[in-house]
Write a protein that binds this ligand. Structure first.
Ligand SMILES: O=C(O)/C=C/C(=O)CC(=O)CC(=O)O
Ligand SMILES: [Ca+2]
Ligand SMILES: [Mg+2]
Length: 429
């Protein structure tokens, strides 16, 4: 498809992508004077909606202001698109999602629509991106065989690396939705209990083993009824789209606290997500067969015939600008459709805004590991950065950035954007 938006076709946000997000422009609510002296729309280039959250879609170097565009076009989805979060659009379901996406793609490719749409384009480098949806429940899975094997070796050297249940069900845990934040949120070093292996008693203080986890997140749109499991074949009826997730992890807190109930404070201080939610429709060309599963899973976890949900998403992790890893999502053992089926198989219901993350994505090669725990092999083998310094875990001031791409139609690449965060020193106590 050819868009009239300058540069869009050759960018990572061409009209085949059209991810949704929530943005605001500088104004009273954003970068305006702290004393609030300027009224709404104050300032020479002010807009009455400066500072207010607005729903947008990314196209090339721009954001389309969807509420304003829909109002101008008298589009029936205008109330959904004029909201402050994506939640109403998420709840509207696949028929509405496809209709809005088709309408927008039509306008962005029709030269006759340029005059009507152009006033609603905002340069992306001038906006602030906000958390795009109210996060309902947050679940994190553990579905990379390579990651689970590596972490098993490091955390449980005297046991089998994979737990006996691992190939029978997608292991997961419930995380903390209230501390999910959008990219660029500061990563304040968490404090907590940790116990040095050479000591008999724990101490309290700032984590010395702060880590990243490179993950892909799935955003639920359509809720489900309690006591009615969602089958693998119904994945696309409920899930709206995909974002990137960094499940920041304090390994010293985690390894001391996690037995027997699993991750708790070592991960609950912050989970960062990318601002752009790429609709499943945009990822049609990224679908691939997942790796072979042996033994065959129980019936409720088998791939829907002819409709498996492996995804060929290439990820990249950079620390202070040095790319340290390229995890391949296509190597994940359990697909998001299997994760969703498992999440609901006991009758637990879904809510609009539920977020479930894949688990750390690690491929089979050392350069494909999705955490510093694995890349530095538990701190034994430092990772070198372009400035000549090395890391085992994150230092104060470090910035971690996850980026990703997926194949689109006709050999083009679609961007999933990025999620980044900079570490700040611990506070308090
Ligand atoms: O093996 C363990 O004890 C824990 C591994 C994790 O860090 C849990 C997690 O967040 C799951 C994942 O990201 O794959
Ligand atoms: Ca994780
Ligand atoms: Mg987390």
């Amino acid at each position: 498809m050819v868009s009239w938006v300058p540069g869009a076709d050759a960018s990572l946000f061409p009209v085949e992508n059209l991810p949704y997000g929530v943005f605001r422009t500088a104004g009273d609510g954003a970068n305006g004077p702290a004393d609030g002296s300027a009224g709404p729309g104050g300032g020479a280039v002010g807009d009455a909606r400066d500072g207010s959250p607005r729903i947008g879609a990314a196209i090339g170097d721009f954001v389309v202001d969807l509420g304003a565009l829909a109002a101008g076009q008298r589009h029936p989805a205008e109330p959904l698109l004029s909201a402050a979060t994506l939640n109403d659009l998420l709840a509207a379901g696949p028929a509405r999602w496809r209709e809005v996406r088709g309408w927008l793609a039509g306008l962005l490719t029709d030269p006759a629509a340029e005059n009507a749409v152009r006033p609603h384009l905002v340069a992306r480098d001038t906006v602030e991106m906000l958390l795009p949806f109210d996060v309902a429940d947050y679940v994190d899975f553990y579905s990379s065989e390579h990651h689970a094997t590596n972490v098993g070796r490091l955390f449980r050297p005297n046991s089998d690396p994979l737990p006996v249940n691992w190939k029978h069900l997608p292991i997961g845990y419930h995380g903390r939705s209230g501390t999910v934040a959008v990219s660029r949120h500061p990563v304040v070093r968490p404090q907590g209990q940790r116990k040095d292996p050479s000591s008999d008693t724990p101490t309290f203080g700032p984590s010395q083993r702060l880590d990243v986890e490179v993950e892909v997140g799935f955003v639920v749109g359509v809720p489900s009824e309690r006591s009615r499991p969602v089958g693998v074949a119904d994945f696309a009826d409920h899930v709206f789209g995909v974002c990137l997730v960094n499940d920041w992890s304090a390994r010293d807190l985690q390894s001391w606290e996690y037995v027997p109930l699993g991750p708790f404070l070592g991960k609950s201080f912050l989970t960062s997500v990318s601002p752009w939610i790429v609709p499943l429709d945009a990822l049609r060309h990224a679908r691939v067969d997942p790796p072979p599963r042996e033994p065959e899973p129980l019936p409720y976890l088998r791939d829907a015939p002819g409709d498996p949900w492996g995804l060929d998403i290439e990820l990249e992790l950079a620390i202070n600008g040095t790319v340290v890893s390229r995890p391949p999502f296509r190597s994940m053992y359990w697909t998001p459709a299997q994760q969703l089926a498992h999440l609901t198989c006991n009758g637990a219901s879904l809510r609009t805004g539920d977020l479930f993350a894949s688990g750390t994505v690690s491929g089979p090669e050392p350069g494909q590991r999705g955490s510093l725990l694995e890349l530095s092999w538990g701190g034994a083998d430092p990772v070198w950065l372009a400035d000549g310094t090395s890391r085992t875990f994150l230092a104060d001031g470090d910035e971690a950035t996850i980026r990703a791409w997926a194949p689109g139609p006709g050999g083009i690449r679609l961007g999933l954007g990025e999620v980044r965060g900079r570490v700040e020193p611990a506070r308090g106590h």
